[in-house]
Design a protein around this ligand. Structure first.
Ligand code: ZN
Length: 135
């Protein structure tokens, strides 16, 4: 069952080529602490998620997850960074991506996907985020 609508985005965001494929970029300067975009999709159970095993599953609670693989979910283009400039926040049942610092126009938007995701999908291939690439 999908959410009825994602919360609308107020800022101009662009999908562009990044170090790891496609990424989401700020089309304009964005202040700190602003709502950016909702990570949105079909709500699925843990059992369904284990069957799907796609990279766009976002866990809300142990048995409530979002399958964010649909193209309409622009937030799926947000890449992982161990030191992201955005973060995922509530409210319950939703994933709102919010800026963690002041963003410059043209900057790539990233957030930390969390340890579980990192260990399963990123660690085996090596993290390409700005922080890890510097090492
Ligand atoms: Zn990293």
């Amino acid at each position: 069952m999908p959410h009825p609508f994602p919360r609308p985005t107020k800022y101009k965001l662009l999908v562009k080529k990044s170090a790891t494929g496609l990424g989401l970029y700020a089309g304009e300067a964005i202040p700190k602490g602003e709502f950016l975009i909702e990570y949105w999709g079909r709500i699925i159970s843990k059992k369904e998620a284990d069957k799907l095993r796609n990279r766009y599953i976002f866990q809300l609670t142990p048995n409530r997850l979002i399958d964010g693989s649909i193209r309409k979910n622009t937030a799926r283009y947000l890449n992982h960074s161990c030191r992201g400039n955005c973060e995922a926040v509530g409210p319950a049942g939703h994933v709102y991506i919010q800026t963690k610092k002041k963003i410059k126009a043209g900057e790539e938007l990233t957030f930390n996907y969390g340890k579980e995701y990192f260990d399963e999908y990123i660690k085996p291939v090596g993290c390409l985020c700005a922080k890890c690439a510097k090492k």
